[in-house]
Every structure is written in structure tokens, then in C-alpha cells.
Design a protein around this ligand. Structure first.
Ligand SMILES: Nc1ncnc2c1ncn2[C@@H]1O[C@H](COP(=O)(O)OP(=O)(O)O)[C@@H](O)[C@H]1O
Ligand SMILES: CC(=O)N[C@@H](CCC(=O)OP(=O)(O)O)C(=O)O
Length: 257
């Protein structure tokens, strides 16, 4: 039987605020067994870019990443956000190791080809080194992955954190029985975004497509669900979208094959 492993993805609003991040790190530290944390930080990057006079542009939930923006996201995701989380986990007795995709070549990507939109320095994941991650995990290390990859030719590339989580979970599902949890500031995928008690407990791809057509699911939730369906269909055992303060509970939305 494969060993169990939990991949938690935490994004924007939660990592930006001290109180919510502290709670998340406490809950993450309490998870038994093998685990990986993937973080975003899009809001922090937007804020710091603005302070530097750089405007942020998002298309389909992805950041248009020009050369200046790439410098900002490399500093913010690979530096500030990643190292704050690593230090926070070390303080909780978790032997965290911060990684971008370039570190030990753990995630190789290719610059997204220009079709309708030129995303600039944005990477599409080509390969996640699951063996390397597994070796680290079996040494008691807890990888903390930033939303940055590299192309193998010396260039860092910005990669959506939900995609990093999905691709990492997929790659590790060959070696482990993986549960992937996307946590954020709402109780799950909601029928009415303004009603926290309207959680959709289970969702199929067909239902998802209908909700998108009806305008119930939109914005950042679309790539999150696309990555979720891809992961569940590629061998990840369980995918859950839930409230950050409930990662160890039973609520949220479960993705159905
Ligand atoms: N039906 C829905 N249920 C819950 N959230 C939704 C829904 N439709 C759109 N959203 C939006 O999706 C956002 C989550 O996506 P995103 O901001 O990319 O997440 P993250 O916090 O992980 O970076 C929520 O903050 C919410 O505004
Ligand atoms: C290409 C691309 O869009 N990259 C994302 C990476 C950060 C991210 O995904 O952060 P959240 O999880 O907090 O949204 C961005 O720069 O916003």
C-alpha cells in the first residue's frame, strides 16, 4: 500500500495577513504524516509592485509578467513569502525547506507560447521531480514550494500556485496516496459567493461547466477547479477546496471524478 501524503495549497488573502497565516501554519504543523506546502502570494506581489510603481495586469487569473514584474515576483515569492513561511514552520518544529522550481531542478517549465495573449515570463510546467521530493520527504523534510519555476536555460518563470500544487500532487501520486487541499478564505465552492453557507459539497466536471456558464463560478475559482479536475483524473486520490482554518476538518467541496 502506498504511504499517505497531503499537499496543502494556500493563497493570496491567507498568506498576506499575519493572523490567518499563523493559524494556517499551526494547522499545517498539526497534520500527521508526509506533507508538502505550496504557497501563492499574488496579493503581496501586487502590493509591492504598486509600491515600486509597477502596475499589475491579470488575464484569466494569470499575471502578465514582464521583465520588471518577474524581478518583483522572484523577490516576493522566492524570498519574502517563502522564507517567512519556512521560518514560521521551523518555529513550530516542522523541518521545512523552501524551494522554487529552480532549486535542485525540482520543477522545469517552458515559457508559455504566445497565442491570443502574451503572458511574458510565465511558465507552463513540464516536469516535477517526484523522486527528489520523495527522497527529501523520507528524510523528514517538509518542502515549501513557491510559485516560481525555471526553464533550464537560466531563466526564472512565474507559475500560478494552484498549478504548482496540482502538478506536484499529480507527480507525487505515482509514489504516494495523495490528498490535495486547496485552502482559501471561503468555506468551499459556493452556490452564492456572498452566502458562506451555500457550499457545494461535491462537484463533477459537468456541474462545474454549468456553474461557469451560469456565472456562479468565476475569476480565480476557475483555474483552481480546472487544476483540481486534472489532478483527480491523473491519479490524485482526493481533492478538496475548503476554508483555510478548516484544513483538518471534513467540510468544503470535494472534487468528483
Ligand atoms: N462560486 C464561488 N465560490 C467561491 N469563491 C468563488 C466562486 N466564484 C469565484 N470565487 C472567487 O474565487 C476566489 C478564489 O480564487 P483565488 O483568489 O485565485 O484564490 P487564492 O486565495 O487561493 O489565491 C475567491 O476569493 C472568490 O472571490
Ligand atoms: C502566472 C501567475 O499568475 N502566477 C501567480 C503566482 C502567485 C499565485 O498564484 O498566488 P495566489 O495563489 O495567491 O493567487 C501570480 O503572479 O499571481
Amino acid at each position: 500500500m502506498r504511504e499517505k501524503l497531503t499537499v496543502i495549497k494556500v493563497g493570496g488573502k491567507i498568506v498576506e495577513e499575519d493572523a490567518t497565516l499563523r493559524q494556517l501554519l499551526n494547522d499545517f504543523a498539526a497534520i500527521d504524516g508526509h506533507k508538502v506546502l505550496v504557497h501563492g502570494g499574488g496579493r503581496s506581489a501586487t502590493k509591492i509592485a504598486a509600491q515600486l510603481g509597477i502596475e499589475s495586469k491579470m488575464v484569466n487569473g494569470r499575471r502578465i509578467t514582464d521583465a520588471e514584474t518577474l524581478k518583483v515576483v522572484t523577490m516576493v515569492y522566492g524570498g519574502l513569502v517563502n522564507k517567512n513561511i519556512v521560518a514560521g514552520l521551523q518555529a513550530r518544529g516542522v523541518n521545512a525547506l523552501g524551494l522554487t522550481g529552480a532549486d535542485m531542478n525540482v520543477i522545469r517549465s517552458v515559457k508559455r507560447p504566445v497565442k491570443d495573449v502574451d503572458y511574458g515570463f510565465v511558465g507552463d510546467v513540464e516536469k516535477v521531480d517526484a523522486t527528489l521530493l520523495s527522497d527529501l520527504i523520507h528524510k523528514g523534510v517538509v518542502p515549501v514550494m513557491a510559485p516560481l519555476t525555471h526553464d533550464g536555460q537560466g531563466n526564472m518563470l512565474n507559475t500560478n500556485a494552484d498549478t504548482i500544487a496540482g502538478e506536484t500532487a499529480k507527480a507525487l501520486s505515482v509514489l504516494f496516496d495523495v490528498t490535495l487541499v486547496y485552502c482559501f478564505e471561503k468555506k468551499g465552492v459556493l452556490r452564492d459567493e456572498n452566502d458562506d453557507d451555500s457550499v457545494i459539497p461535491q462537484i463533477t466536471r459537468a456541474e462545474f461547466e454549468q456553474y461557469v456558464a451560469d456565472g456562479v463560478i468565476q475569476g480565480g475559482m476557475i483555474p483552481k477547479l480546472e487544476n483540481s479536475f486534472e489532478a483527480i483524473n491523473a491519479g490524485v486520490s482526493e481533492v478538496i477546496i475548503t476554508l483555510a482554518s478548516a484544513i483538518n476538518g471534513n467540510g468544503g467541496t470535494r472534487i468528483k471524478k
